[in-house]
Design a protein around this ligand. Structure first.
Ligand SMILES: Cc1cc2nc3c(=O)[nH]c(=O)nc-3n(C[C@H](O)[C@H](O)[C@H](O)COP(=O)(O)O)c2cc1C
Length: 188
């Protein structure tokens, strides 16, 4: 039985890289989440490129698992890198699968949050705002504020991928408190 006192969140990082700052940021979110917000990471390795013919024959196992995990969670936290001033294909592809079918899609009516990291000065800002646009079409409830942009990410994580920057840890903690309140407002 789900515990109504706990908000469950599916955490999705849009990078497949072992040393990914965004996957590391998701691990930090799992660590720093309030005790009433439970985040579980979903890895996108098994989600193939979207193909309408494949979809028509039935969702591949990686896609079915992803969509079921979204349905089962109260909310989804997307942790996105920025590629060429936009959302990386890995992340956009996953969102595209989860936006199907158009009526009754797992992302429809789902509370979502966006955070992200990049070694540059903008901390994935443009990737985040492009992703936010996609959630207009999926009819998801994307938390407007606060934002979390982890800029100069290479200075904020140690070589093992632990978020060591105290200010960023503190911002992330406050972001997660706000996200929990956002999800509760929509759920309760
Ligand atoms: C194809 C490509 C395009 C990139 N474009 C941007 C960009 O537009 N803005 C930015 O801040 N970083 C950009 N980067 C750098 C990424 O932010 C950096 O590689 C980051 O570490 C990727 O996220 P990850 O560590 O989670 O894998 C780009 C990297 C790649 C591979």
């Amino acid at each position: 039985m789900p515990d109504p006192a706990v908000i469950t969140v599916l955490g999705v990082a849009g990078s497949l890289r072992k040393g990914s700052y965004n996957r590391a940021l998701l691990r930090a979110a799992i660590e720093l989440a309030p005790s009433t917000l439970r985040i579980a990471a979903f890895e996108l390795d098994a989600v193939p490129l979207y193909n309408g013919d494949v979809e028509a024959a039935g969702d591949p196992p990686g896609v079915a698992a992803f969509k079921q995990a979204i349905v089962a969670a109260d909310a989804v936290l997307f942790v996105t890198p920025e590629y060429n001033h936009g959302v990386p294909g890995v992340m956009k592809n996953a969102v595209d699968w989860a936006s199907r079918p158009p009526r009754g899609a797992p992302l429809g009516g789902k509370p979502v949050g966006i955070i992200g990291a990049s070694p540059g000065m903008t901390g994935s800002a443009r990737g985040q705002s492009q992703l936010r646009q996609a959630f207009e079409f999926t009819d998801s409830y994307c938390m407007p504020q606060p934002e979390l942009l982890v800029f100069r990410a290479h200075e904020k994580f140690d070589p093992a991928g632990t978020l060591t920057d105290e200010a960023t840890r503190s911002y992330l903690g406050r972001y997660l408190v706000a996200f929990e309140a956002w999800v509760r407002r929509l759920r309760d």
